[in-house]
Design a binder for this molecule. Structure first.
Ligand code: PLP
Length: 445
């Protein structure tokens, strides 16, 4: 049997029998997808879904963009892969472009296969360059599923990686202002409180034992939460004081998701390293990496870089990355994010005012979250923290049955459409959210 002759039912049955699926008990049926284009994908029965999460917040330019497909086809005909020890045109060009896009004193790129190994290698480089062990990261975070990236992650997906463990990973309670609900009158006072807490924890751990502080510039999977004003700059100052490497994980927030090429560019600081993946190729071919600043680059000019992957700088992936970056520029995606972002923000604020179940909405460009609560006053979440429940899956199913596909963790629904979405496309899909929130109000509150 060849792929093209399989029915949807056969695809599902074979998947159920043979494929090990991420973060799931095995043996459950998955929906089979036959094709994808633009902001849409279709099942084998011809049902159309709007991809309101850009799959895993990676398909930033939507599906099957002809320019990227063509670049992949042309590269495949020319040379699919050359080993990392050789220079190739697409790798050289992409590295130069990424360094320029990051700006500041960013100097070089180490390419990886995806996001987890980007963080894995950033942590390794920080430890080598500082000779220190400890890595600080937040409870509200996800950094990937390999050993170090998983141990650095804050959410419960790290528990399995903690069996047998990895040493030196220190968690701190990174800000989640809506949930924390602290009684400060100004954002400045709130930021000062959070920074004082972090500063104290660094003292308790011994500042000169700390190699790196790893943070998502905007928290993604764990609720789409930006830091309060001045917080990231304060973290930068703490890093400067003690020679700690500041790593910004831009795997989800990067590549125009929040409006700028990288999210940190909307703040007044630059990190020592940026980790990226997802949007760099929009997922067409897996690719990730670490962009390092001048001093890290110089350290590894004097000292050997003890990092390597067979597919570091994979030729086909670099061609896809180069074409994707061209699409961001040629189609002025930044301007579209700004325009559509305002419309989406207004709409979600309207939903918050209208629906008792919406406690908070957070919108940064097209990186948006809708947090569901039982009670707006007390902010009690719709379902208790880290507890298996049928309610959130049922809500995603109601959305999906109506053609609105997305996901989320805990009680925050991600609303992260492809950055190419038009005003008309957005207007067509948003009423589905309103309808389902009405259902949530009536069913669960
Ligand atoms: N970092 C962040 C912020 C992520 O959101 C993810 C994936 O969702 C990762 C790292 C891990 O990336 P990957 O799944 O490509 O290994």
């Amino acid at each position: 049997t060849t792929a093209t002759t399989l029915t949807g039912g056969e695809v599902i049955a074979m998947d159920q029998q043979y494929v090990m699926r991420a973060w799931s008990k095995q043996g459950q049926a998955a929906m089979a997808v036959e094709k994808a284009e633009g902001i849409y994908f279709w099942d084998y029965d011809g049902n159309r879904y709007v991809d309101m999460s850009s799959l895993l917040v990676n398909a930033n330019i939507g599906h099957q963009h002809p320019k990227v497909v063509k670049a992949i086809q042309e590269q495949a005909e020319k040379m699919c892969f050359m080993a990392p020890s050789y220079a190739t045109d697409v790798k050289s060009l992409l590295a130069k472009k990424l360094v320029e896009l990051a700006g500041g004193d960013m100097a070089r790129v180490f390419f990886t296969n995806a996001g987890a190994d980007a963080n894995e290698n950033a942590i390794k480089m920080a430890r080598i360059a500082t000779g220190r062990t400890k890595v600080f990261s937040g409870y509200h975070s996800y950094h990937g599923a390999t050993l170090a990236a998983s141990n650095a992650s804050g959410d419960s997906r790290r528990f399995a990686a903690e069996i047998g463990g990895a040493s030196g990973f220190v968690k701190f309670s990174n800000p989640s202002p809506y949930r924390d609900n602290l009684p400060f009158e100004t954002e400045e006072a709130l930021t000062a409180f959070y920074l004082k807490q972090l500063g104290e924890q660094i003292q308790y751990e011994g500042p000169y034992n700390v190699a790196a502080i790893l943070l998502e510039t905007v928290i993604g999977a764990n609720g789409i939460i930006a830091y309060p004003k001045g917080y990231l700059e304060g973290v930068r100052n703490l890093c400067n004081s003690y020679g700690i490497v500041m790593i910004c994980d831009e795997v989800m927030a990067g590549f125009y998701r929040t409006g700028t090429a990288f999210a940190f560019q909307q703040y007044g600081f630059t990190p020592d390293m940026i980790t990226f993946a997802k949007g760099v190729t929009s997922g067409y071919v897996p690719l990730g990496g670490v962009i390092v600043s001048e001093w890290i680059s110089e350290y590894f000019t004097e000292n050997q870089l003890q990092c390597g992957l067979t597919y570091s700088g994979h030729t086909l992936a670099c061609a896809a990355g180069l074409a994707t970056l061209e699409v961001y520029e040629d189609e002025n995606i930044a301007a579209n994010v700004e325009k559509i972002g305002v419309l989406l923000k207004d709409y979600l604020e309207e939903m918050k005012a209208k629906h008792p179940c919406v406690g908070d909405v957070r919108t940064y460009g097209l990186f948006c979250g809708v947090e569901l609560v039982l009670d707006k006053e007390t902010r009690e979440p719709l379902v208790p923290f880290n507890t298996p429940n049928r309610i959130m899956p049922a809500i995603y199913k109601e959305l999906k049955d109506r053609g609105f596909s997305t996901f989320g963790r805990e009680t925050t629904i991600s609303v992260c459409p492809p950055l190419t979405i038009t005003e008309a496309e957005l207007a067509e899909v948003l009423p589905i959210l309103d309808e389902v929130l009405t259902l949530v109000d009536a069913t669960y509150l």
